[in-house]
Design a protein around this ligand. Structure first.
Ligand SMILES: *[C@@H]1O[C@H](CO)[C@@H](O)[C@H](O)[C@H]1NC(C)=O
Ligand SMILES: *[C@@H]1O[C@H](CO)[C@@H](O)[C@H](O)[C@H]1NC(C)=O
Ligand SMILES: *[C@@H]1O[C@H](CO)[C@@H](O)[C@H](O)[C@H]1NC(C)=O
Length: 461
């Protein structure tokens, strides 16, 4: 097995580097969608199940009890997908050929090249293709335990049958929703874990079913022009030259894709194995910020405010969430069926970003472009903070004296609804009022297929 040989190799690397390098630049907070959840909450590195109950903030003057939790959760830490594994393979081939061309021990600029060649093995294989890793299962088990500690009455053992669990069909998501159930059942002291979840791609992978998005954005080169421009712009060019210098390579040998592959390698090895791979030493903080911006640009123009269809494609999920909240908040007679105490929805960064954009979050005044990198340092749209592995969006419905209230938390941090910034947990009816244009519209058929809903197929198409 690769893991045995490799983990030994990496132990050696670590001891060696810790002797030779004075400081490891802390670039891990710039890994974008490949960030560890722990970068958002460093205290979890010490205690992975610690919670902070002061994040739940219904008004103290009203007696409130949580009655429902909807959690939209991204899968945990995963292997690279095949596309990135191929890039990594190209990079490792380049290092191998160049390293045998230049003689070892020549010191100077080729130092890093030989260091990588000697201390790192290409261990990724095509069939790993985006699957959840062990740490990824742990991410979800721990999240489940923290949510259970925050909402003991909702995620209780008695409620087990009434908690709804849905997942995207991708392997990493199924493994994640399983791990979530393992986390709960470990706390409930169940000997044998029982899984029950539904696969629902209409809800969790709406983006691939929205023709307006697929044709207008995903497969449309002009839609992502800013990303292409930045990729070949001066900031990236500087990172590329510096990396080539550190490796002692002519910079033409490094494409922007290979530069990114090296950065991804650093992020993968930290997230998957908790090690600082020798690839990390090719980047300092300013390089990492540029590469983070490159990924943010891509997410912004592909999955967020860049094109309104990207957020509108999440209308089915938006409506599902509010229908669930409506039911949970409705006054009941004793004969009514008891509503779901919790709805767990496991998907992707591509699921969460459009939804948050639809809700109007992380929309800075000036959109990030290829030419305004320097003015974007304070931007709120930072995927490293928003969608790390195991990212989560929590809608907490409380029953309060003045009626139901709703609180939004992103990655276990309170976030206020745009337009309702005065309160952490505004009245649910005010939230509905704020989003009434979406509640009354946001029709998937109309937005994505360009036809009005419920009228059957349009023969013109
Ligand atoms: C808990 O959260 C509050 C508000 O977010 C914060 O001020 C406080 O420092 C946190 N406490 C701990 C122990 O992390
Ligand atoms: C890998 O390198 C080959 C040859 O240079 C190139 O054709 C291919 O596009 C590269 N693949 C990736 C994923 O970068
Ligand atoms: C592609 O994107 C551009 C820029 O957003 C847009 O003007 C154009 O209509 C899109 N093309 C298609 C086929 O949707």
């Amino acid at each position: 097995m690769f893991s045995v040989r490799n983990s030994l190799g990496l132990v050696l690397v670590l001891t060696r580097l810790s002797c030779t390098s004075v400081s490891v630049p802390d670039i891990a907070v710039y890994f974008g969608t490949k960030s560890r959840y722990e970068e958002v909450h460093p205290n979890l590195l010490r205690d992975p199940t610690s919670i902070n109950s002061s994040i739940l903030r219904p008004p103290p003057s009203e007696r409130c009890t949580p009655v429902h939790l909807t959690a939209v959760i991204r899968h945990g830490t995963r292997y690279p997908t095949t596309k990135n594994i191929r890039r990594i393979r190209n990079l490792s081939q380049l290092v191998r050929t160049e390293s045998s061309r230049t003689s070892a021990g020549s010191g100077g600029s080729a130092g890093r090249l030989h260091e990588i060649q000697n201390s790192w093995d290409m261990w990724y294989t095509d069939e790993m293709d985006g699957q959840l890793v062990m740490k990824g299962r742990e991410d979800l088990r721990r999240l489940a335990k923290r949510l259970l500690a925050l909402f003991p009455s909702l995620l209780s053992e008695e409620n087990q049958r009434r908690i709804s669990l849905r997942s995207s069909s991708k392997h990493r998501c199924i493994s994640s929703v399983e791990a979530f159930q393992e986390g709960l059942q470990e706390v409930w002291n169940h000997r044998e874990v029982q899984y029950r979840h539904e696969v629902d791609d209409e809800l969790m992978r709406f983006f691939e079913r929205c023709r307006g998005f697929v044709e207008g954005v995903e497969n449309n080169r002009t839609a992502l022009l800013e990303v292409e421009k930045f990729k070949h712009g001066e900031e990236m060019e500087r990172v590329r030259r510096r990396m080539a210098e550190k490796l002692g390579l002519p910079h033409q040998r490094l494409t922007p894709e290979l530069v990114e592959a090296a950065f991804f390698l650093c992020s993968y090895e930290l997230a998957i194995k908790s090690v600082h791979s020798p690839w990390c030493f090719l980047f300092d903080e300013s390089d990492a910020k540029v590469l983070e911006y490159k990924s943010d640009l891509k997410q912004y123009w592909k999955r967020s405010h860049g094109h309104v269809i990207s957020s509108l494609s999440s209308c089915p999920l938006f409506h599902h969430i509010f229908r669930t909240l409506d039911k949970a908040g409705r006054p009941r007679r004793s004969t009514d069926a008891v509503p779901e105490p919790a709805s767990i929805l496991v998907g992707h960064a591509e699921t969460i970003l459009p939804l948050l954009s639809l809700l109007g979050l992380y929309k800075d005044q000036t959109p990030p472009t290829a030419s305004n990198y320097r003015s974007q340092h304070g931007r709120s749209f930072r995927t490293s903070r928003i969608v790390p592995y195991a990212a989560n969006v929590l809608f907490v419905l409380y029953d309060c004296q003045r009626g139901p209230r709703l609180q939004l938390l992103i990655n276990e941090t309170p976030v206020r609804f745009p337009g309702l910034e005065k309160e952490d947990a505004p009245l649910y009816r005010d939230v509905r009022l704020t989003y009434r244009h979406l509640l009354d519209g946001c029709d998937f058929e109309r937005e994505c297929e360009g036809r009005s809903g419920g009228r059957g197929p349009n023969i013109e198409l």
